[in-house]
Design a protein around this ligand. Structure first.
Ligand SMILES: Nc1ncnc2c1ncn2[C@@H]1O[C@H](COP(=O)(O)OP(=O)(O)O)[C@@H](O)[C@H]1O
Ligand SMILES: Cc1ncc(C[n+]2csc(CCOP(=O)(O)OP(=O)(O)O)c2C)c(N)n1
Ligand SMILES: [Mg+2]
Ligand SMILES: [Mg+2]
Ligand SMILES: [Mg+2]
Length: 327
């Protein structure tokens, strides 16, 4: 049975103690109140996950779904160079979800929120006829002048990515039953990369050390996000395909779909960006000291907005295709 009454449910999922010292009123009044810090810019973003489009109820636990709904939003805050502080959750609940499952969904959200000392400060609970829809809004902050935008790439910059690319897309194929992986460890690793992406908050903050960086997170796929950086900055990029970092688990699959997953798969939630070439090595060192791998995958050139993919000495245009909700 689904929620008996929403007021009782809200009481069940509210935090017993606040984590952010600037929070004045969280859940309970008409809206939340918090004190904004001077010299900081507030960051606000929202992303929705829909059952059947972003997750399947029988392939992911409510806890994993909750974790990911918050993680993907934190990833956007990281891509601005900021830290997350608060979140709001709006759920449209069909009869197929029990109150126990919803409490688990919130436990998954709290699991990642507590890592960043974030507070759940509000939201909305409504019913719906068919599939669960969850919208998370995250509020974060960044020191004024340290924000990292998509429009700051310049000719000559090095193009970089954090972590490894393509794991999540392969993990999704395993979950959908389209791919079977012999090695249990590899399979578990890839599925985990899909279900539990780690937002790159630490990396985003290290990016604030460089004088200028353009930054984006990878939700719709590497090709799509690179094109977005080029569009926002009015530049051209050359990406060397063989330099795109892959995990051992992904490489071991020797799949014909590897390129598809790496370039267009999406949901990597790694950071992609550009930095003046002279600053790359020190940035890479700072990241490495924190256990974060930073890989140079190409460079920026002057020219009209486009991404070229260099492979075996040949350059081809890397189209802005990837995940698109309406194609
Ligand atoms: N329905 C909408 N109404 C208003 N703004 C939107 C809507 N959908 C997306 N946006 C805005 O468009 C921009 C790009 O969104 P999106 O492609 O979803 O970014 P991301 O991949 O980082 O989540 C963001 O500034 C986002 O807030
Ligand atoms: C059942 C299922 N099918 C397909 C996908 C793949 N998928 C769904 S949405 C998406 C792109 C990212 O989501 P979006 O809502 O576009 O996030 P945003 O770009 O706004 O961050 C991908 C790759 C999935 N996660 N689950
Ligand atoms: Mg979005
Ligand atoms: Mg984003
Ligand atoms: Mg998208």
């Amino acid at each position: 049975m689904t929620i008996e009454d929403e007021f009782h449910f809200i009481d069940k999922i509210r935090q017993s103690k606040n984590r952010q010292p600037e929070l004045i009123e969280g859940i309970g009044d008409d809206a939340a109140l918090y004190r904004a810090k001077s010299d900081y810019l507030e960051i606000v973003c929202a992303d929705t996950m829909t059952e059947g489009v972003h997750f399947l109820k029988d392939a992911s636990s409510p806890k994993d779904i909750g974790y990911k709904a918050v993680a993907v939003n934190i990833s956007d805050v990281a891509a601005m160079g900021g830290v997350p502080k608060y979140y709001l959750v709006t759920i449209a609940v069909p009869k197929t979800w029990s109150e126990e499952e919803l409490v688990e969904l919130y436990a998954g959200m709290d699991e990642i929120a507590s890592t960043y000392k974030m507070d759940l400060i509000g939201g909305d609970t409504v019913s719906t006829s068919d599939k669960l829809v969850i919208t998370v809004t995250v509020i974060g902050e960044v020191q004024q002048g340290k924000q990292r935008l998509r429009k700051d790439a310049r000719p000559g910059d090095a193009v970089f990515v954090t972590g490894t690319i393509g794991d999540s897309a392969a993990g999704l194929q395993i979950l959908l039953g389209n791919l079977s992986v012999h090695e249990e460890n590899d399979s578990a690793f890839l599925v985990n990369r899909h279900k539990r992406p780690v937002p790159q908050v630490k990396a985003g903050q290290l990016m604030s050390s460089a004088e200028r960086i353009s930054l984006n997170d990878i939700s719709d796929g590497l090709a799509s996000e690179l094109n977005e950086l080029c569009e926002a900055s009015c530049v051209k990029m050359v990406i060397e395909k063989d330099r795109v970092p892959l995990s051992d688990s992904l490489r071991s699959l020797h799949s014909e779909q590897l390129d598809e997953w790496i370039l267009y798969g999406g949901e990597d939630f790694e950071l992609v960006g550009t930095v003046p070439p002279a600053a790359f090595d020190s940035l890479q060192k700072k990241c490495s000291e924190e256990g974060i791998s930073l890989t140079r995958i190409g460079h920026v050139e002057a020219g009209s907005s486009e991404v070229l993919l260099l492979h075996n000495g040949k350059k081809t245009k890397l189209e802005k295709s990837g995940y698109n909700h309406f194609k």
